[in-house]
Design a protein around this ligand. Structure first.
Ligand code: SF4
Length: 336
């Protein structure tokens, strides 16, 4: 562990998926799923990647896990570049970066008992010295996620959705991960179960110093868990700020629209709802200039021609919008 570097650093990550067609299966186009994403995560920190379905947030998670090759960019874990790492060294990296998926039922082998599901990573990564130690470690993992030890002989279908997600978290903890990627990990759960899993993740973070990359389509879900938020739109980060700043002073028109849909706890308080019209454009042919201009009520000429860059607009608060630089007379709200 190197104290002076972030645990995870992602620089200019791009992932374009080729589209093959025609008689000879030639490349006929590309899906620009992620198109130049940069962020870092410190030890013990939660960064949330938020955006509508299809914005590329899950692709970022999968790229960090090395589930495919990057088109461009670099990924560092503890200062060591992992996107080009050879297979032999990759094993040590896999032990440190684990994932919890949205649907625990499909990610848990239905024919395995929980004790075997949890024992598998412990055995694969050489974490247990003998049978007794293995049993003790499986029991300790059950304690960590607050499931009864006697449930280790059950199969996944004998648990509720929330309990299955606890098993998924225990499996991610088994190899002693430093970073857990939670890919829509609570999206399929009821409100009260969702809150319990979020509280569990927060407690585990405090106890173990875990870093979390929390991928979600819903800003409300991340509000009480996250330290910082990165908002993604069509393959790019459009705003990145610490939680307090982002929720109190959202800057980018897209973030403001997402936030306007988050329920306010005080029933007397009013928040003007901004309805986003139209669908997210296709990542095969993203709009020119600012990718959000086809849905932005503030778009002006420059937005269609020039891509805004992510720039510092307040302390630790970045946003990619021309409104920051535009003279007021140029800014004519449009109806879209
Ligand atoms: Fe809207 Fe223009 Fe800002 Fe993009 S750059 S968010 S289109 S105002």
């Amino acid at each position: 562990m190197k104290a002076d570097v972030p645990l995870l650093e992602v620089n200019g990550l791009k992932k374009h998926f080729p589209i093959h067609g025609g008689l000879f299966g030639r490349e006929t186009g590309r899906v620009y799923a992620v198109d130049g994403v940069t962020f870092s995560i410190q030890r013990g920190e939660t960064l949330s990647l938020v955006g509508e379905s299809g914005c590329g947030k899950s692709t970022v998670g999968r790229a960090i896990l090395r589930l495919f090759r990057l088109t461009d960019g670099e990924v560092y874990l503890d200062g060591e570049r992992i996107d080009t790492m050879r297979a032999g060294r990759l094993r040590a990296m896999r032990k440190r970066v684990q994932v919890v998926f949205q649907d625990p039922f499909s990610s848990l082998n239905p024919r395995m008992r929980v004790r075997d599901i949890l024992a598998e990573p412990l055995i694969n990564f050489g974490m247990a010295s003998g049978r007794r130690d293995l049993t003790a470690r499986v029991g300790a993992l059950m304690d960590k996620v607050r499931l009864p030890r006697e449930a280790i002989n059950r199969f996944p279908h004998e648990f509720s959705g929330g309990q299955r997600q606890r098993i998924g978290i225990a499996r991610a903890l088994a190899p002693g991960a430093d970073l857990i990627i939670c890919d829509e990990a609570v999206s399929a759960l009821d409100v009260s179960v969702k809150a319990q899993i979020i509280n569990l993740l927060a407690d585990l973070q405090d106890e173990l110093g875990l870093a979390l990359l929390f991928i979600s389509h819903d800003l409300a879900t991340v509000e009480h868990l996250t330290h910082r938020v990165a908002v993604m739109y069509l393959g790019k980060i459009v705003e990145l700020a610490d939680r307090r700043s982002l929720f109190a002073r959202p800057h980018h028109p897209y973030t403001r629209a997402l936030l306007s849909a988050v329920p306010v706890p005080d029933p007397t308080a009013k928040r003007q709802r901004i309805i986003l019209t139209g669908d997210v454009p296709s990542p095969i042919n993203p709009p020119s200039g600012c990718r959000f201009h086809t849905r932005c009520a503030y778009a002006f000429d420059r937005c269609r021609a020039q891509e805004p860059v992510l720039r510092l607009i307040a302390d630790m608060h970045l946003s990619a919008c021309h409104l920051d630089e535009a003279p007021e007379e140029q800014v004519v709200p449009l109806t879209v």
